[in-house]
Structure formats: C-alpha cells, structure tokens
Design a protein around this ligand. Sequence first.
Ligand SMILES: Cc1cc2nc3c(=O)[nH]c(=O)nc-3n(C[C@H](O)[C@H](O)[C@H](O)COP(=O)(O)OP(=O)(O)OC[C@H]3O[C@@H](n4cnc5c(N)ncnc54)[C@H](O)[C@@H]3O)c2cc1C
Length: 406
Amino acid sequence: MESLFAQSVEDLNGMRHFTRSELAILRSVDKAAEEMAVGEFEHYIRHEVNLDAIDIAKRHGLLGIPIKKEYGGAGASQLVTALSKERLGQLGLGLSSFFNVQVFLGGMSLQHWGDNRQKSKYLKPAAQGKLILAFGLTEPEAGSDPDSMRSTYEKKGDRFILNGTKYLITNGSLADRVIVFAKSKANRSETSAFIVDTKSTGFNAIRLKEKIGLLTSDTAMLELKGVEVEDTDVLGGIGNGMKVALSGLMNGRLGVASGCIGIIEGCLNAVVTRSKERIQHGKPIGKHQLIQRHIAEIRQNLEMARWPTYFAAITKDEYEKDITDKRRIREADNRISIAKKIASRLAFESADRAVQIFGGFGYSLLSPVGALFLDSRVTRIYEGTDEIQELKIASYALGEGFEAFR
Ligand SMILES: Cc1cc2nc3c(=O)[nH]c(=O)nc-3n(C[C@H](O)[C@H](O)[C@H](O)COP(=O)(O)OP(=O)(O)OC[C@H]3O[C@@H](n4cnc5c(N)ncnc54)[C@H](O)[C@@H]3O)c2cc1C
C-alpha cells in the first residue's frame, strides 16, 4: 500500500481492529488506485473524462463499498468508505468526485430512502457499476439556498411531469439515472425527489468543460422539458425531497473531507521526493529550512485533517446502527460539517505549499501537484460552501432558535 495511506489504515486498525474483510477491501482500493494513477494523469493533461478508471473501479468492486451485501455491495462501514475515498483522493478529485456522487450521494440515498423495488432496480446495478448515478439539486439561481429552486413537477395520472434546469451536476452527462429535486407546481412548500431516466424524452445534458479544475470529472447542465416520471420513481415519498437532499449532502460532505486527506497525502508524497531531488544553491532544496517549514506545515495539515474526518465517520457509523436516533444524526451532521470545513481548507493550503515547493514546474499540469492544486479549490464550494458549513457549525453550538437560515 502507498505508505501514507497504509499509515492511516494501521493507525485506525490499532484502535478499532478492522475485520479481515474490511482490510481486504482497503487493499483492493489501494490496488485499484495504483492501476488508475497513470491513466488519470494522462486524461487530466488531455482534459478528458476518465472512463477507464470507472471500469477499474467496477472491476475492484469500489462502487458498492458501503452498500449492503443484499444490494450487491460490500456492506462496509463509513470509516472504511472514507478511507477508500482518501486513497482515491491522492490521484486528484476527478475520480473522487465520480465516486462521491455514485456512492455517497446516489447509492446511499437510494439505500436510505428507496423502496424494495427501487433498491433492486437501481441500487443493485449502481453498486456494481452497471448503472451510473447523478444528484441534481443545484440550479443556476439556487445553490446554497436549494429551497429557492425553480424546477417544478405536476401530477398527470400515474405520472409526474418535470420541468426545470439543473446546474453543475457531477456525472450529469454520463448518468443513466439522476435523482432530481423539484417543487410541486401547485404547492411550492412541497419538494420531492425523482429518479429520472436520462433517456426520457425532454431530458438533455450539456457537458460544462470550462472549469478551472476537476478536468477528468464530468460536470453538466441538465434541462428537463416536460420529462415524464412514473409515480413509482418518487424517492422517499412525495414531500420528502429536502430530507432526501440534506441526508445525501451529509454523506457527500464526509466523502469530500476524506478526498481532501488524499490530496494532502498526494502533496506530501510529491514534495518529499522533489525536495530530495531538486538541487538549488548547491544542495537539495529539502535542506533549505524555509522548504522544510512548508513540508512541516503540510505534514501537520495531514494530521489536522485526518482525525476530525475519522471521528465524523465513526459518529456516522454509530448513527447508521439506528437511523431513527435524531440526536445522533444531528451530531454526525455537525461533525461532518466540521471535518469538511477543516479538511477542504487544509487541502487547498497544502496544495498551494506543494506548488510553491515545486516552483515553476509546480505551475504545470505535467507536475504531480498541478492537478491537486486545481482540484482542491472546489472542495471549499461543492456539497456546501465554507460559509454554509460555518453557519451550520455555529447554529449547532448555539442551539435551537439560532439557525442563520432554514
Ligand atoms: C465542479 C462542481 C460540481 C458540482 N456537482 C454538483 C452535483 O453533482 N449536484 C449538485 O446538486 N450540485 C453540484 N454542484 C453545485 C455546488 O453544490 C454549489 O456550487 C454550491 O452549493 C454553492 O452554490 P452556488 O454555486 O450557487 O453559490 P451561491 O449559493 O450563489 O453562493 C455564493 C457565495 O455566497 C455565499 N453564501 C450563500 N448564502 C450565504 C449565507 N446565508 N450566508 C453567508 N454566505 C452565503 C456562499 O458561501 C458563496 O461564497 C457542483 C459544483 C461544482 C463547482
């Protein structure tokens, strides 16, 4: 295993004793990541979505890690899933973002909210990578405030008709099914989630290529013009859309935090090698104290990102044992927000320091840190911005009645 990741597994194994099958999953993730690394780098330089990596992920069973065995997954804990995401994050966040949506936002939302038919029709193939998922909440005019969304649905017989636009949707033009959120045309206070077939008449996806990072990830704008959805494809029941969205985002944020640990590890691996090899002023730059300070900061960042994230994953595992426990869910949500806020800032800062250590070469996509720098920026925005996490963390600390928004 890649040494920094192996260290994480060893540290946690010492405390919690992973089962043999969990350790086998982590070894398999490590092997998959090794297989993906070269292709991911080549696709990044070409600014291409990396479909080969999806095939490797399928082959190693990565897309069903936290999904229950009865639905074709491995039934692993949140902690094991977070560690898997950490390993993928070392390669940048293109694959990681695919994984986040397929597994955390898509698969886990279906597992939590789907009925038996939906689980066997959508979750099972998704866990095996035979069905690609996306999560369509954000709109051009509704991001941090999803409740202001304009997409609508209306009932016609045994179907719902959906209209609207979804913006910045990861996997949007690859997906077979998108979980789309919309408001009732008759009653704006009612939001529902629908499992939409992307082959439906009136559904159109446009890939958004003009991004400053995540160059191997598919991001799309989705147009829904009179798209028909059968009433059996409402996820979580009519009127429960915001609950589905918020629980999906909570899962997704844990995934973002874990991916950020991987970014910091990727930076540390790269700068340690570079600092021993690059000679300036007659000695390896790693012998200059100001370079050592950057390395020390990145190493500390890794430690500071790891533990709140593992703690959040462990809290989430406790909640998964009894999903009716409201106190535990609020606690998990709070710890996940803290982890996401801390880890994403530290990943961005670490990648900035790594580029600095690499000097001019660091500014090139051909260096091992260019993609990490570009990809780290979005972690402070997607699945809830820094500011939104701060408001959530503060309102939890202040208690009821102090929510800055609803
Ligand atoms: C690459 C990428 C992939 C994405 N993938 C998906 C996806 O798969 N599915 C999906 O649904 N969405 C996705 N998103 C959208 C993402 O979740 C939103 O961009 C994010 O929630 C922020 O919304 P916004 O961009 O509309 O910013 P805005 O909400 O317009 O925010 C602008 C600024 O105002 C601040 N702000 C907003 N409200 C407040 C407040 N009350 N107090 C203080 N400050 C505030 C924000 O923090 C931010 O700094 C993706 C985004 C990107 C960039």
